[in-house]
Ligand binder design. Structure first.
Ligand code: SF4
Length: 323
């Protein structure tokens, strides 16, 4: 088994087809995002589903600016030191966009903001609260960074009680150094476990095709489930540019079906697996309709819930003031 990522670049197979972003739906969303000075991970990460999702009127917001303080080898988002502090008015603008798009399930992610004391957690919480206030009944899913393992930062997000707490493990632990330097596999699992222990509906995802072995994928999925994740996404890694990590191989649709069956056998509530599956692809279908607070909160496979953390959202008392 090789310990490094391969240099060869296999040809893209016929089942990897992205719809070109165009048409009135796309133009409308693009105008809305630019008009409200908002970023989307759809655009910044060169998501292959952009044409389809935006035509359907959905998008994933990327808060805390457009510059990430880490440089993951798979990710197209701009990296560097953000020149600006987080924008305290951004949560309200995101809520505005959610209202204007008529979303019933909003997905919010961010760049890493390791330059901030709370990693941007307070802006996440304020965004959850702002959407709740502006669009009552809209489910809010947050796809959060690891906040460098800060329990305090995670607690700030959990206190706003998002409907879905998503954190991607991304790849198998052996490939973290090349693909996800600055992150730690055990730290991501701990975040998922803490979120589950706080009663969250939890979700995680991985990409395949970076050079991992099948057994490693299965071990990783098992670890994610053991940590307490309820929902899993598995998609094909696509290299955004020649400067990024190469694709080691393309999994076939049948292989994705096998991974989905394997994961379902471990007890995940929902598994989305396929070549173009991304964390937020058809996200509203990954969870039962309606806010998670209406769903039963069973303990995850990691064991009984901890009694720490609030069970009611801080949003009830008004949005948390960003630092
Ligand atoms: S899959 Fe997610 S990131 Fe990609 S276009 Fe759709 S909403 Fe955006």
């Amino acid at each position: 088994m090789s310990s490094s990522l391969p240099e060869s670049r296999p040809r893209r197979p016929s089942w990897i087809r992205a719809r070109a972003p165009q048409g009135p739906g796309y133009e409308r969303l693009r105008g809305l995002m630019r008009g409200l000075d908002l970023h989307t991970v759809c655009e910044e990460a060169h998501c292959p589903n952009l044409g389809e999702c935006w035509k359907r009127g959905t998008a994933t917001f990327m808060i805390l600016g457009d510059t990430c303080t880490r440089a993951c080898g798979f990710c197209a988002v701009k990296t560097g030191l953000p020149g600006q502090a987080p924008d305290g008015a951004e949560p309200r603008r995101v809520a505005d966009a959610v209202a204007r798009m008529g979303l019933r399930h909003a997905v919010v992610t961010s760049v890493n903001r390791d330059d901030q004391a709370d990693g941007g957690a307070s802006i996440f919480a304020a965004t959850i609260c702002a959407i709740r206030a502006r669009v009552p009944g809209c489910a809010v899913e947050v796809l959060i960074p690891d906040f460098k393992g800060s329990r305090e930062a995670l607690e700030i997000v959990l206190a706003a009680r998002p409907d879905v707490l998503n954190h991607n493990v991304e790849t198998v632990p052996r490939l973290y150094r090349q693909a996800r330097s600055g992150a730690r596999f055990d730290r991501s699992l701990e975040l998922l476990g803490r979120s589950k222990a706080a009663g969250m509906l939890t979700k995680s995802g991985i990409m395949v095709g970076l050079g991992e072995e099948t057994e490693e994928v299965e071990e990783t999925i098992r670890a994610i489930r053991s940590a307490g994740a309820d929902v899993l996404t598995v998609g094909q890694y696509l290299s955004p540019s020649p400067k990024h990590l190469p694709v080691a191989r393309y999994y076939t649709p049948e292989e994705f079906d096998r991974l989905r069956d394997f994961a379902l056998g471990l007890g995940f509530q929902h598994v989305e697996a396929g070549p173009l599956v991304r964390s937020s692809y058809h996200a509203e279908e990954h969870v039962a309709s309606g806010p998670a607070s209406r769903r039963p909160e069973g303990p995850g496979p990691a064991g009984p819930r901890s009694e720490t953390g609030p069970r009611t959202s801080v949003c009830a008392g008004g949005p948390r003031t960003p630092r």
